[in-house]
Design a protein around this ligand. Structure first.
Ligand code: PEP
Length: 285
């Protein structure tokens, strides 16, 4: 029998040092996981576009995407351009998605589009609950929850948009509103569904207005959202991307994305021209 017990004090010390080093490696790996969420930059084109505009914008992004960069990009064109976007981006690192979906699989829902139809055009992501859908098209928290669940069931990655109006912020109701919007989806789909989802915090007063939340204001709400998710599942809370949206541009992106809980941006106006979108990407890289 071989005696594996260490007797030599030098060997004992060496084995303790090795164990301590191993422990530190494991710890630093966990620490990295925690803070190494890659920046995700999403462009919401809203109701803008033409075949010429799509070609010129995407060709501009494609040239830049050939350079190594620590930022992932995704674009959200209007439905009619999905086929063109798919054809142009299919061999690239840039992802695409749709701006909305209907929860039903099919049927008499004139003007609507299902998750399966989006998958026919290889969409990876879909926006749900954008404030313009909530405010202009009457989507309630429950409607948004159904859309999120339909996306999740189909294997699409829902980008759940939440955020307060100016009046709600001034009344001190920001967290109440954001929590209510999150709770509707958490109750409908469960915390597990957030393991493959993105959250976008978009204060309504900052969307398309040129007014941006300060990095401190945004970080405060992002931390609130992450804590809420983490209180139900710590691993999902650590890994989920929480994007900021509201008048992001090349000048304010770096300060926003440097905050601990801000993992990128959902960009409207500045996503319509390659140079503007790339200025944000470069600021974030
Ligand atoms: C948006 O459409 O989600 C948005 C944030 O728009 P903008 O960047 O123009 O404020």
């Amino acid at each position: 029998m071989v005696d594996l017990t260490l007797h030599d004090p030098c060997q004992i010390l060496l084995s303790r040092i090795l164990r301590w080093l191993w422990f530190m490696v494991i710890l630093s790996r966990d620490h990295k996981d925690h803070f190494m969420r890659r920046i995700l930059l999403a462009g919401n084109w809203k109701m803008h576009g033409s075949p010429e505009m799509v070609a010129s914008l995407l060709n501009g992004l494609l040239v830049a995407s050939q350079q190594e960069c620590a930022v992932d990009m995704v674009v959200f064109p209007p439905f009619p351009y999905l086929a063109q976007v798919q054809a142009l981006l299919k061999d690239s690192d840039i992802s695409w998605g749709a701006q909305n979906l209907n929860p039903a699989a099919q049927g008499a829902f004139t003007g609507e589009v299902s998750a399966a139809m989006l998958l026919d055009f290889a969409c990876r992501y879909v926006l749900v609950g954008h404030s313009e859908r909530r405010a202009l098209f009457g989507e309630s928290d429950q409607d948004v929850a159904l859309r999120f669940e339909a996306a999740h069931q189909a294997g699409l990655i829902p980008v759940l948009c939440v955020g307060e109006t100016l009046a709600e912020r001034e009344n001190g109701a920001t967290e109440t509103v954001v929590e209510r919007q999150l709770d509707a989806v958490l109750q409908g789909s469960g915390i597990g569904a957030f393991g493959r989802a993105v959250i976008a915090y978009e204060p309504v007063w900052a969307i398309g207005t040129g007014k941006t939340a300060t990095p401190e204001q945004a970080q405060e709400v992002h931390a609130f959202i992450r804590n809420k998710i983490s209180s139900q599942d710590g691993t999902i809370g650590d890994h989920i991307h929480i994007l900021y949206g509201g008048s992001v541009n090349g000048s304010n992106a770096a300060d926003l994305f440097a905050r601990e809980d801000i993992d990128g941006g959902l960009v409207g106006g500045a996503s319509l021209k390659a140079e503007d979108f790339l200025a944000i990407r470069d600021a974030a890289a």
